[in-house]
Design a protein around this ligand. Structure first.
Ligand SMILES: [Zn+2]
Ligand SMILES: [Zn+2]
Ligand SMILES: [Zn+2]
Length: 215
């Protein structure tokens, strides 16, 4: 037994870091450069690709996970969520999901079909030939007929079991009670033996969502 370590456990632990501090280590410099010069979405995409790659060595993925835990980026709650086999019902899109498959693009709600409304403006060279606009009742927004929807999705974000996280309306985002779906049963979270397969990644929308709600 090493008596020095027993007497001075803290000093011993610090020895591991005594040769390079976080601020001046070459690794920290490389990572800082990487983070400052990679767009968040690109980094996210690259990490997902690497983690899901069938060519990845399990040991490398383990090491990456342990490193992220050690620097405090991954917390226990994330690990628990990734292992959670409870099937939940989303009170926004009314699909069932596992928390491990939840994510910022998991819950997708389309806009209602727009209604053509008369603008009251006479057709001329400036206003366009129609004098009509598209009205999206779900968003209460009016847009030019040739400019598409106000956003790619009415909602794009995480599934949720918490109704207060949802912005309900009278058209395309209804409560479970209004829809008379499975979610209106008190036990929204049902544990089942069979775990559904991991979902494939949701397609990235061509335009960012106009609103994001986090459950
Ligand atoms: Zn909408
Ligand atoms: Zn959802
Ligand atoms: Zn529901």
């Amino acid at each position: 037994m090493n008596n020095a370590v027993m007497r001075h456990p803290v000093a011993s632990r610090e020895q591991n870091f005594s040769f390079s501090t976080v601020s001046n280590s070459a690794s920290a410099g490389t990572l800082t450069y990487l983070l400052n010069n990679t767009r968040p979405l690109d980094l996210h995409e690259q990490m997902l690709k690497a983690v899901r790659s069938p060519m990845a060595f399990p040991q490398d993925i383990d090491n990456l996970l342990h490193a992220l835990e050690k620097v405090g980026i991954i917390i226990g709650a994330a690990q628990a969520a990734a292992k959670d086999t409870r099937v939940r019902h989303c009170v926004r899109c009314h699909q069932t999901y596992l928390e491990r498959n939840n994510g910022f693009q998991a819950c997708q709600v389309a806009h209602d079909k727009p209604r053509l409304i008369k603008t009251g403006i006479q057709a001329n060279a400036n206003t366009g030939p129609s004098g009509f606009k598209n009205y999206y009742s779900c968003c209460n927004q009016t847009v030019d007929t040739d400019s598409g929807a106000p956003s790619h999705y009415h909602f794009l974000g995480r599934h949720t079991t918490v109704e207060t996280n949802v912005r309900y309306n009278s058209t395309n985002v209804a409560t479970c009670v209004m829809r008379k779906c499975a979610g209106q049963v008190a036990a929204r979270d049902v544990v089942i033996g069979q775990v559904p397969p991991v979902q494939s990644a949701a397609p990235i929308p061509s335009r960012p969502a106009s609103r994001m709600e986090v459950s």
